[in-house]
Ligand binder design. Structure first.
Ligand SMILES: NC(=O)c1ccc[n+]([C@@H]2O[C@H](COP(=O)([O-])OP(=O)(O)OC[C@H]3O[C@@H](n4cnc5c(N)ncnc54)[C@H](O)[C@@H]3O)[C@@H](O)[C@H]2O)c1
Ligand SMILES: CC(C)[C@H](C(=O)O)[C@@H](O)C(=O)O
Ligand SMILES: [Mg+2]
Length: 354
């Protein structure tokens, strides 16, 4: 098949891990006789430097016209001034909103050979297989008003946590659909003991659950969920939660896997188009050194093959190649090894054909 893929490397290690993933997608295409064409566009800090804005109309239009988008990461110290009116992260948020990508799927899967890479005891990690469905276009990230002002000599700032029933319903519905082909348990995470928006979330989640009697639902407060992710992660199947809770819980859950650099994601809306990106950021502490782990991005590309291109077999072959490379001892520095970003990509490609 022919597919048109937009690459948005962004900033820092985003550039390094996207280059390695493109090479890996090319190897998949060659093996299965597909033709992937790529166009590369700016987003984040590099877009601010070149154009003054973190997401140009041109980049957004290219993404709208593409079959799928592969993104690296945005941000970095160069653009971190808290008084700046434009920030790299705004580009990512505008992209998610502009494409209507309201659900971010973040699978947390463990490779058995990497159990030692996690600081947790091995017995706490047995059978961990979690899919976090993070709401992506609502909540504190987008609520209005958003204010920074000075009133009577005091500095004041406001963010707004807002959800409509429709926004909650569509993402919780998706979580239930995904749970039906897994272990049939949805954990809806909120802060309903304090937040009005969470009480609406819990009410709507309960309504959705009533339409899916074959799937169990449990409600869990976000603070104790954070603890249970460490003490009894294997008890979770699908977790569905609001935007910021999902952001925080998934970086925590990445510790189970052994490195943030291993974890992929798919940002999806109602159609087949999606944005695929690792859950990590631009990692300024290691950017430019060629040592970032590309596996989170390569596994995001596998999700791209499956969800946007409907290439299930190719996705499975790529995921198997990653698993075999890791089983064969391929390790970047975050996993205690010596492989470069390119070395890790090459180790995956070496397993593709076999
Ligand atoms: N989706 C995104 O574009 C995204 C996500 C998170 C953070 N950010 C941005 O990235 C910048 C840095 O944020 P941060 O430092 O809090 O988080 P980060 O995810 O960039 O890094 C956290 C830690 O994990 C390590 N790490 C991350 N990815 C890795 C990989 N692939 N291989 C090996 N090690 C890896 C880093 O070296 C660092 O020690 C900020 O500007 C932030 O806004 C962007
Ligand atoms: C960079 C930032 C806007 C982003 C988020 O909070 O969504 C990141 O942390 C992520 O997890 O994709
Ligand atoms: Mg995050």
């Amino acid at each position: 098949m022919k597919a048109n893929i937009v690459l948005l490397p962004g900033d820092g290690i985003g550039v390094e891990v996207v280059a390695e993933t493109r090479a890996t997608l090319d190897a998949v295409a060659a093996q299965f006789g597909h033709s992937f064409s790529y166009s590369e566009h700016l987003i984040g800090g590099c877009a601010i430097d070149a154009t003054g804005t973190a997401l140009t109309q041109e980049t957004l239009d290219a993404c709208r016209a593409a079959d799928a988008v592969l993104l690296g990461a945005v941000g970095g110290p160069k653009w971190d001034n808290p008084s700046a009116s434009v920030r790299p992260e705004q580009g990512l948020l505008a992209l998610r909103q502009g494409l209507g990508l309201y659900a971010n799927l973040r699978p947390i899967r463990l490779f058995p050979e990497l159990i030692q890479a996690s600081p947790l005891k091995a017995e706490r990690l047995a059978d961990v297989d979690i899919l976090v469905v993070r709401e992506l276009t609502g909540g504190l990230y987008f609520g209005k008003p958003r204010i920074r002002e000075e009133v009577n000599g005091r500095r004041r700032a406001v963010d707004t946590l807002e959800y409509t029933d429709e926004e909650i319903q569509r993402v919780v519905e998706l979580a239930f659909r995904l749970a039906s082909s897994r272990r049939r348990l949805v954990t809806s995470v909120d802060k309903a003991n304090v937040l009005e928006s969470s009480r609406l979330w819990r009410t709507v989640a309960t309504e959705v659950a009533a339409r899916h009697p074959e799937i169990r639902i449990e409600h869990q407060l976000v603070d104790s969920c954070a603890m249970r992710l460490i003490t009894s992660a294997a008890a979770f199947d699908v977790i569905v939660t609001e935007n910021m809770f999902g952001d925080i819980l998934t970086d925590e859950a990445a510790v189970l896997a052994g490195s943030l650099g291993l974890c992929p994601s798919a940002s999806l809306g109602d159609g087949t188009r999606g944005v695929y990106e690792p859950i990590h950021g631009s990692a300024p502490d290691i950017a430019g050194k060629g040592i970032a782990n590309p596996i989170g991005t390569i596994l995001s590309a596998a999700m791209l093959l499956r969800h946007s291109l409907r290439l299930d077999k190719e996705a499975a072959v790529l995921e198997r190649a990653v698993a075999q490379a890791i089983a064969g001892g391929a390790r970047t520095a975050d996993l205690g090894g010596k492989l470069s970003t390119q070395g890790m990509g090459a180790a995956v490609r070496a397993k593709l054909a076999g």
